[in-house]
Design a protein around this ligand. Structure first.
Ligand code: ADP
Length: 259
């Protein structure tokens, strides 16, 4: 609505961003950054101009999973994102601070203001798909981000335990308040695959993702296993080499006309 768009900030005049996808979760540590990184990698593999805006200011893990250590540079025109090995543009607080291990103890408004600047002051150039690793939760920080950046669609990441609670409902309600469609629901750490026999074990019990997706009218779902290779890829900055087709459903949706 008009009322909504009034809040939204204009991107940098040298940025031309076609689609903005927000990745959200109920709390930290459920794999939101991993899913953001993997979707960006898949998008880049399909030859789209891809960017990641790391809005998870207090726990910025995107640079680490891509092995980025150089700092972002700036000019009087604005701030330049750092390119990953395969050419994904990234902006994150960790690319600006002196010391990657410095804790960020800012309050909500400062965090939201920084994210807004990643949108308004960064020279993103031409981008087909921008993925935003959102601040975790459904509180005022993610809400402020949604008010300042025109997000086209949301992807909700949840753990098996969260799928039995209220987290998904809260995220869906937040999306509705902001008039942003929920594109997909991802259950992370859904199961483990036995390395010897290939059998899938649902260690947290039977998955509830189908029922929850149906309840909230979310038509695209994905399940990610607990996979030591994924953890190792993140830890060593090699997420661009991951191998697996778990998120292909979501890619299909992103590339479709519906988006
Ligand atoms: P969030 O962004 O929600 O805080 P992360 O994506 O940073 O969570 O994930 C937290 C940690 O768990 C990271 O070290 C990540 O590599 C690991 N992790 C997340 N999902 C998986 C998975 N499916 N398999 C193995 N490790 C995972």
């Amino acid at each position: 609505t008009q009322e909504q768009t009034n809040f939204r900030e204009k991107p940098h005049e040298l940025s031309n961003i076609k689609k903005v996808i927000g990745v959200v979760s109920g709390k930290g540590g459920v794999g939101k950054s991993l899913v953001t990184s993997m979707l960006a990698v898949l998008t880049k593999r399909s030859n789209y101009q891809t960017a990641i805006l790391d809005a998870d200011i207090t726990g910025p893990s995107i640079p680490k999973s891509f092995g980025l250590h150089e700092k972002a540079s700036g000019s009087e025109l604005g701030l330049y994102p750092v390119k990953t090995k395969t050419g994904i543009s990234v902006m994150s607080l960790n690319l600006l601070t002196e010391n990657e291990t410095d804790p960020v103890i800012w309050r909500g408004p400062i965090i939201a203001g920084t994210v807004k600047q990643f949108w308004t002051d960064v020279i993103w150039g031409d981008v087909d798909y921008m993925f935003i690793d959102m601040p975790p939760g459904t509180g005022d920080v993610p809400l402020t981000v949604f008010q300042s950046i025109p997000v086209d669609g949301l992807i909700i990441v949840a753990s098996p335990q969260e799928l039995v609670g209220m987290i998904v409902e809260k995220a869906v309600n937040m999306a509705q308040m902001m008039h942003i469609p929920v594109l997909a629901l991802v259950e992370n750490m859904s199961y483990v695959t036995c390395p010897d026999c290939g059998k899938e074990y649902y260690v947290f019990g039977e998955s509830h993702i189908d029922a929850i997706a149906k309840k909230f009218g979310i038509s695209t779902i994905a399940k990610l296993p607990i996979d030591p290779k994924l953890a190792a890829a993140c830890d060593s900055g090699m997420i661009e080499l991951f191998d697996g087709n778990w998120l292909n459903n979501i890619m299909k949706l992103l590339e479709s006309e519906e988006m």
